[in-house]
Design a protein around this ligand. Sequence first.
Ligand code: ZN
Length: 173
Amino acid sequence: MSARIAPESVSEELLEMTLALAEPERDLVILSEGNTSELIGDEIVVKASGSSMRTATRNDFVAASVDELVRLLRDPSADQDRLTAALTAGEIDGRPLRASVESLVHVAVRALAPVRYVAHTHPTDVVSLLASTQAASAFAEPVYTDELLILGRPLFVPYAQPGLELGRLFLER
Ligand SMILES: [Zn+2]
Protein backbone atom coordinates (compact mmCIF):
# COMPACT_ATOMS: atom_id res chain seq x y z
CA MET A 1 0.00 0.00 0.00
CA SER A 2 1.61 3.24 -1.05
CA ALA A 3 -1.22 5.54 -2.03
CA ARG A 4 -2.67 7.49 0.87
CA ILE A 5 -5.93 9.05 1.95
CA ALA A 6 -5.37 12.81 1.86
CA PRO A 7 -8.60 14.84 1.70
CA GLU A 8 -6.61 17.91 2.86
CA SER A 9 -4.57 17.70 -0.38
CA VAL A 10 -7.65 18.02 -2.61
CA SER A 11 -7.68 21.60 -3.86
CA GLU A 12 -10.77 23.66 -4.56
CA GLU A 13 -9.64 23.86 -8.22
CA LEU A 14 -9.39 20.08 -8.61
CA LEU A 15 -12.78 19.54 -7.01
CA GLU A 16 -14.41 22.30 -9.09
CA MET A 17 -12.88 20.99 -12.32
CA THR A 18 -14.10 17.47 -11.54
CA LEU A 19 -17.67 18.58 -10.81
CA ALA A 20 -17.78 20.96 -13.80
CA LEU A 21 -16.60 18.30 -16.28
CA ALA A 22 -19.28 15.94 -14.98
CA GLU A 23 -22.19 18.34 -15.57
CA PRO A 24 -24.64 16.22 -17.62
CA GLU A 25 -25.15 18.91 -20.32
CA ARG A 26 -21.45 18.70 -21.22
CA ASP A 27 -21.83 15.00 -22.10
CA LEU A 28 -18.21 14.25 -21.20
CA VAL A 29 -18.68 11.49 -18.64
CA ILE A 30 -21.47 9.06 -17.83
CA LEU A 31 -21.97 6.79 -14.80
CA SER A 32 -18.72 6.67 -12.85
CA GLU A 33 -16.45 7.03 -15.85
CA GLY A 34 -13.73 9.64 -16.11
CA ASN A 35 -11.19 10.89 -13.63
CA THR A 36 -9.10 13.93 -12.81
CA SER A 37 -5.82 14.59 -11.06
CA GLU A 38 -3.57 17.37 -9.83
CA LEU A 39 0.19 17.21 -9.52
CA ILE A 40 1.29 18.46 -6.10
CA GLY A 41 5.01 18.15 -5.44
CA ASP A 42 5.99 14.58 -6.27
CA GLU A 43 2.49 13.18 -5.84
CA ILE A 44 -0.67 13.13 -7.89
CA VAL A 45 -3.98 13.61 -6.16
CA VAL A 46 -6.28 11.47 -8.27
CA LYS A 47 -9.91 10.42 -8.17
CA ALA A 48 -10.62 7.11 -6.50
CA SER A 49 -11.87 4.07 -8.35
CA GLY A 50 -15.62 3.57 -8.58
CA SER A 51 -16.68 7.03 -7.40
CA SER A 52 -18.62 9.34 -9.67
CA MET A 53 -17.15 12.66 -10.81
CA ARG A 54 -20.61 14.18 -10.56
CA THR A 55 -20.87 13.66 -6.81
CA ALA A 56 -17.16 13.80 -5.96
CA THR A 57 -16.08 15.12 -2.57
CA ARG A 58 -12.62 15.39 -1.01
CA ASN A 59 -13.10 11.81 0.26
CA ASP A 60 -13.19 10.52 -3.32
CA PHE A 61 -9.52 11.29 -4.03
CA VAL A 62 -6.26 9.56 -3.18
CA ALA A 63 -2.66 10.80 -3.19
CA ALA A 64 -0.03 8.60 -4.88
CA SER A 65 3.69 8.93 -5.61
CA VAL A 66 4.45 9.69 -9.26
CA ASP A 67 7.94 8.14 -9.10
CA GLU A 68 6.68 4.91 -7.65
CA LEU A 69 3.99 4.50 -10.29
CA VAL A 70 6.40 5.42 -13.11
CA ARG A 71 8.81 2.76 -11.80
CA LEU A 72 5.95 0.27 -11.86
CA LEU A 73 5.13 1.25 -15.46
CA ARG A 74 8.74 0.77 -16.53
CA ASP A 75 9.23 -2.52 -14.66
CA PRO A 76 8.45 -5.39 -17.06
CA SER A 77 8.02 -7.78 -14.10
CA ALA A 78 5.29 -5.62 -12.48
CA ASP A 79 1.86 -7.24 -12.46
CA GLN A 80 -1.72 -6.30 -11.66
CA ASP A 81 -1.36 -7.36 -7.98
CA ARG A 82 1.51 -4.93 -7.45
CA LEU A 83 -0.44 -2.22 -9.21
CA THR A 84 -3.48 -2.83 -6.99
CA ALA A 85 -1.27 -2.69 -3.91
CA ALA A 86 0.31 0.57 -5.08
CA LEU A 87 -3.08 2.17 -5.72
CA THR A 88 -4.74 1.09 -2.47
CA ALA A 89 -4.94 3.86 0.11
CA GLY A 90 -6.95 2.24 2.91
CA GLU A 91 -10.52 2.69 4.06
CA ILE A 92 -12.72 5.68 4.66
CA ASP A 93 -16.08 5.27 6.46
CA GLY A 94 -15.68 1.49 6.04
CA ARG A 95 -15.33 1.77 2.26
CA PRO A 96 -12.05 0.77 0.59
CA LEU A 97 -10.36 3.67 -1.15
CA ARG A 98 -8.16 2.97 -4.15
CA ALA A 99 -6.78 5.31 -6.78
CA SER A 100 -8.38 4.86 -10.20
CA VAL A 101 -6.85 2.08 -12.31
CA GLU A 102 -6.44 4.82 -14.92
CA SER A 103 -4.01 6.65 -12.59
CA LEU A 104 -1.26 5.21 -14.78
CA VAL A 105 -2.49 7.31 -17.70
CA HIS A 106 -2.28 10.39 -15.45
CA VAL A 107 1.22 9.34 -14.38
CA ALA A 108 2.36 8.63 -17.96
CA VAL A 109 1.45 12.22 -18.86
CA ARG A 110 3.51 13.54 -15.92
CA ALA A 111 6.46 11.32 -16.87
CA LEU A 112 6.74 13.47 -20.02
CA ALA A 113 5.47 16.87 -18.88
CA PRO A 114 4.85 18.07 -15.32
CA VAL A 115 1.42 19.53 -16.08
CA ARG A 116 -0.62 20.43 -13.05
CA TYR A 117 -4.06 19.17 -14.03
CA VAL A 118 -5.10 16.17 -16.10
CA ALA A 119 -8.70 15.30 -16.92
CA HIS A 120 -9.70 12.01 -18.48
CA THR A 121 -13.21 11.98 -19.95
CA HIS A 122 -15.22 9.97 -22.47
CA PRO A 123 -16.97 12.53 -24.71
CA THR A 124 -19.70 10.82 -26.73
CA ASP A 125 -18.48 12.34 -30.03
CA VAL A 126 -14.90 11.13 -29.48
CA VAL A 127 -16.03 7.68 -28.33
CA SER A 128 -18.17 7.45 -31.50
CA LEU A 129 -15.09 8.03 -33.67
CA LEU A 130 -13.03 5.60 -31.58
CA ALA A 131 -15.68 2.90 -31.99
CA SER A 132 -15.22 3.03 -35.77
CA THR A 133 -12.97 0.59 -37.62
CA GLN A 134 -11.42 3.77 -39.13
CA ALA A 135 -10.55 5.15 -35.66
CA ALA A 136 -6.77 5.37 -36.20
CA SER A 137 -7.10 7.23 -39.51
CA ALA A 138 -9.78 9.54 -38.07
CA PHE A 139 -7.12 10.96 -35.74
CA ALA A 140 -4.15 10.76 -38.13
CA GLU A 141 -4.76 14.08 -39.90
CA PRO A 142 -6.70 17.18 -38.92
CA VAL A 143 -9.88 17.69 -40.95
CA TYR A 144 -9.97 21.50 -40.51
CA THR A 145 -7.14 24.03 -40.16
CA ASP A 146 -8.66 25.32 -36.93
CA GLU A 147 -8.63 21.83 -35.52
CA LEU A 148 -4.84 21.79 -35.70
CA LEU A 149 -4.51 25.36 -34.44
CA ILE A 150 -6.82 24.91 -31.47
CA LEU A 151 -6.34 21.29 -30.48
CA GLY A 152 -2.83 20.55 -31.73
CA ARG A 153 -1.90 17.01 -32.64
CA PRO A 154 -4.00 14.37 -30.91
CA LEU A 155 -2.30 11.26 -29.53
CA PHE A 156 -4.04 8.11 -30.75
CA VAL A 157 -3.66 5.14 -28.42
CA PRO A 158 -5.34 1.89 -29.46
CA TYR A 159 -7.50 -0.04 -27.01
CA ALA A 160 -5.63 -1.75 -24.18
CA GLN A 161 -6.68 -3.36 -20.91
CA PRO A 162 -7.03 -0.58 -18.28
CA GLY A 163 -4.18 -0.70 -15.78
CA LEU A 164 -0.59 -1.63 -16.59
CA GLU A 165 -1.21 -2.49 -20.23
CA LEU A 166 -2.89 0.83 -21.03
CA GLY A 167 -0.41 2.82 -18.88
CA ARG A 168 2.61 1.27 -20.61
CA LEU A 169 1.17 1.77 -24.08
CA PHE A 170 0.28 5.37 -23.24
CA LEU A 171 3.80 6.06 -21.94
CA GLU A 172 5.36 4.43 -24.99
CA ARG A 173 3.21 6.43 -27.41
ZN1 ZN B 1 -11.37 5.90 -19.69
